[in-house]
Design a protein around this ligand. Structure first.
Ligand SMILES: Nc1ncnc2c1ncn2[C@@H]1O[C@H](COP(=O)(O)OP(=O)(O)OP(=O)(O)O)[C@@H](O)[C@H]1O
Ligand SMILES: [Mg+2]
Length: 242
């Protein structure tokens, strides 16, 4: 399914979302309004609930309260599989590459999210974005470096042809040269496609380079939000650790 929203319209929204682990309330009335074609940064210190929010958007954790809409359709009760096929892709924190499967087999898993029946990965597109994966397509995922695995995780999500791509801390534990490559690729995707990106980050310089809009989380709530122009570096950094 491809997005029917046009630029400057809301593609994904979260309203008053509460999520619990057991009896612990982790997310508190979280609201997001994500414009089609934008790059949104969700930032905050360890343990504030960033991954919990992304898992709730993917349908991996249930909402105790609140709603999630994609393209004006309520998806709050949808399964993760349905949400993936509706166009939400994720690059999970820690990458979750299948270490015994080859690079090609890892990429093929991304095909499951497609609704157009494509059965082979779009190799030209993927290898033009990530040439290193072309050289390594028969190598086991577990034999790649951390940076290469991160590129593979992004490529696998793109194989699913998402409308919204969630990246959960893609720079975590990655060397600076690969971070720069990832930055270039995300900016390229923003310019050359109508992909909408939700970037979960703690690395300020990286997020500052690419995000149009910021949400700063603190203890399960959105503590501050605004456009890249509206928010000063200092106002963002007060919610980060240095
Ligand atoms: N499986 C779980 N069971 C119980 N509590 C959990 C579980 N996973 C996370 N939590 C708790 O939920 C809170 C939010 O965790 P979450 O992983 O969403 O934070 P985060 O902002 O993604 O942190 P980080 O930057 O370290 O990835 C934390 O207090 C954490 O201890
Ligand atoms: Mg996390």
């Amino acid at each position: 399914m491809s997005a029917t929203a046009t630029p400057n319209q809301t593609l994904l929204s979260v309203e008053d979302l509460d999520v619990y682990y057991g009896e612990s309330r982790i997310l508190r009335e979280v609201k997001l309004d994500i414009t089609h074609g934008s790059i949104i940064a969700v930032m905050g210190r360890n343990g504030v609930g960033k991954t919990t929010l992304m898992k709730a958007i993917m349908g991996l954790l249930p909402a105790r309260k609140g709603q999630i809409h994609l393209n004006s359709e309520e998806i709050t009760q949808w399964t993760p599989d349905l949400r993936a096929r509706a166009g939400i892709g994720i690059v999970p924190q820690g990458r979750e590459i299948f270490s015994k499967l080859s690079v090609l087999e890892n990429l093929q898993i991304g095909l499951e999210a497609r609704t157009d029946g494509l059965k082979t990965i779009p190799e030209d597109l993927i290898y033009s974005l990530f040439p290193v994966l072309s050289d390594m397509k028969h190598r086991a995922g577990g034999n790649l470096s951390g940076g290469q695995q991160q590129q593979l995780a992004i490529a696998r999500a793109l194989v699913g042809d998402p409308d919204v791509l969630i990246l959960d801390e893609p720079t975590e534990g990655i060397q600076p040269s690969i971070i720069l490559e990832i930055e270039k690729i995300l900016l390229h995707l923003k310019d050359e496609s109508d992909l909408t990106i939700i970037l979960v980050e703690q690395y300020f310089d990286f997020a500052r380079q690419i995000a149009d809009y910021f949400y700063l989380m603190d203890r399960g709530s959105i503590a501050l939000h605004g456009t890249a122009d509206e928010l000063s570096d200092e106002s963002i950094k007060q919610y980060l650790t240095f």
